[in-house]
Design a protein around this ligand. Structure first.
Ligand code: MG
Length: 165
């Protein structure tokens, strides 16, 4: 059995007049993440970690933000498409760990809801998905509430190809 690790990062600006979608759920907030898709930075970081671990390119290559097909795309659909690619390559997820770096809103109250929607897609139990909120201690644009950044690491397991006798 093959074990592969991957890392992903994403950052999006916080702007007025956008919905805040993070970890596949809508979070009430006066500001939302700006982007071509729904700008779900947590899912984008997870996707890059998954693609990195499976040596399958990156989110920009698979879903270019110049392609109108992905305008206002639901990042959950992108994650589902990436998981389908992984399964084709005989990969399965062992665990995912993430950090959401944001001054506001607080992440902890939303972790359970994020796990409820993400775990079935990732094919893992809630205890195999880590989601941790972290402030940037007021430093830089993230500290001033202008952006949200996310980090993700994943561990994949690849089942060997069946031998044909
Ligand atoms: Mg992104």
């Amino acid at each position: 059995m093959q074990i592969r690790t991957g890392i992903g990062y994403d950052v999006h600006r916080l702007e007025a007049g956008r919905r805040l979608v993070l970890g596949g759920i809508r979070i009430p907030s006066p500001l939302g993440l700006a982007g071509h898709s729904d700008a779900d930075a947590l899912i984008h970081a997870m996707i890059d970690a998954l693609l990195g671990a499976s040596s399958d390119g990156d989110i920009g290559r698979l879903f270019p933000d110049t392609d109108p097909a992905w305008k206002d795309a639901d990042s959950m659909d992108l994650l589902k498409a990436v998981m389908a690619r992984l399964r084709k390559g005989r990969f399965e997820v062992v665990n995912v760990d993430t950090v959401i770096i944001t001054e506001k809103p607080a992440i902890a109250p939303h972790v359970a809801a994020m796990k409820r929607v993400l775990c079935p897609i990732l094919g893992i139990k809630p205890e195999a998905l880590g989601i941790k909120g972290k402030t940037n201690e007021g430093l830089g644009p993230i500290g001033r509430g202008k952006a949200v950044a996310c980090l993700a690491t994943v561990l994949l397991r690849r089942t060997p190809r069946k031998r044909t006798l």
